[in-house]
Design a protein around this ligand. Structure first.
Ligand code: ACO
Length: 332
């Protein structure tokens, strides 16, 4: 009889990186009509890191990936697959290959995955399927975004929210499967609640033939709708993922949610009966870093010793699409 081994997923390393420049709420109040008091009270954000000219998404992603590989004690040439979750690539054809080159991960196939703020959870789940089928043994999953590139810096309803950053984890095949449950959802009927859409003008090639050329337009968001959606859908999707793993909210050691708004984190924890000391939050320093927010929060909590091997983590991403998803896993 053929014995199936090593078809589970384990978490063996994490890392993160952010640009050097800090923009505080007080700084922002010189850019748009806002105040530190309004932003802190409504969102919990106090500052964010923003990329400056010359800083690239792929370099930031590679920095986070390198840190994760070092923690995992895995050489870059041992990586089989790199998935880069991002909505803000340096190159619309994809930036994962540039990350692969920067890391020297010569044996890895690399591709981008776009699902906005759900991107990291969707990438984790995607990576896990390759490991569970036995196709790949070592996968680097990176969430990285530079939404500062696409924010309308005259729109105070959105520009106060976002920051730039990257976070990564290394997943490896193991006998025991530490991905305990997951659930992913999309609802395109609500797409217009949060967009970074392409806009174009006709360009005439010849008398009866035109093409469209343009660029992406700055982020638009119906904040109230997205807030309502998150507070309702995130607890639901976590409950579903827990159910799939035969677990309940009482089994969760740490809630690591997409860092969009402190009030969303508080409301989700409250609905699920999870005490606030079990909720990881770092948005005061980072703002909303989109696909990077979960792995950055995870990395900080692991490095500070809060999250330990064997702890059960419920992570959930939500955002544009609309998309949302949850992955429940045991760290280690
Ligand atoms: N400073 C001062 N006043 C402001 C600001 C600001 N930065 N922004 C809005 N206001 C004003 C508004 O003009 C409004 O004034 P009015 O009552 O005179 O018209 C008032 O404050 C209230 O505005 P709301 O938009 O109703 O504020 P709300 O309490 O909904 O908070 C916020 C806005 C923080 C954006 C909230 O709706 C939110 O967090 N939504 C969720 C966003 C989110 O989670 N996105 C995640 C996905 S991101 C991704 O996928 C890329």
């Amino acid at each position: 009889m053929v014995q199936q081994t090593q078809l589970g997923v384990s978490w063996v390393g994490c890392g993160s990186a952010h640009p050097a420049m800090v923009l505080s709420n007080t700084d922002l109040s010189q850019v748009v009509d806002t105040s530190d008091e309004w932003i802190t009270t409504r969102t919990g954000i106090q500052q964010r890191y923003l990329a400056q000219g010359g800083e690239s998404l792929s370099a930031l992603a590679a920095q986070a990936g390198q840190a994760a590989l070092e923690m995992a004690q895995v050489d870059a040439t041992g990586v089989d697959l790199i998935i880069l979750a991002t909505s803000t690539p340096d190159d619309l054809f994809g930036s994962a290959s540039q990350v692969q080159a920067a890391l020297g991960a010569s044996q890895a196939v690399a591709f981008d995955l776009t699902a906005a703020c759900s991107g990291f959870v969707f990438a984790l789940v995607t990576a896990s399927q390759f490991i569970r089928t036995g196709a790949y043994r070592t996968v680097l999953v990176i969430g990285a975004d530079m939404l500062s590139r696409w924010v309308d810096w005259t729109d105070r309803r959105t520009c106060i929210l976002f920051g730039d950053g990257a976070g990564a984890v290394v997943l490896q095949a193991s006998d025991r499967d530490r991905l305990l449950g997951f659930e992913m959802r999309s609802d395109g009927t609500m797409n217009d609640c949060l967009t970074l859409a392409y806009g174009s003008e006709p360009q005439t090639l010849m008398a009866d033939k035109t093409v469209q050329q343009g660029t992406f337009q700055p982020i638009t968001m119906n904040g109230k709708e997205v807030y309502r959606f998150a507070v309702k859908r995130v607890p639901e999707v976590i409950e579903k993922a827990l159910f799939r793993g035969g677990l309940t909210a009482g089994d969760i050691d740490w809630l690591v949610l997409h860092q969009a708004n402190q009030r969303i984190l508080d409301a989700v924890a409250d609905r699920m009966g999870i005490p606030s000391e079990r909720v990881i939050s770092n948005m005061a320093r980072y703002g909303n870093t989109s696909a990077a927010s979960i792995p950055i929060a995870l990395d900080e909590a692991v490095r500070s010793g809060r999250i330990k091997a064997g702890d059960v983590i419920a992570s959930s991403g939500f955002g544009a699409g609309l998309t949302w998803g949850a992955a429940i896993f045991e760290w280690g």
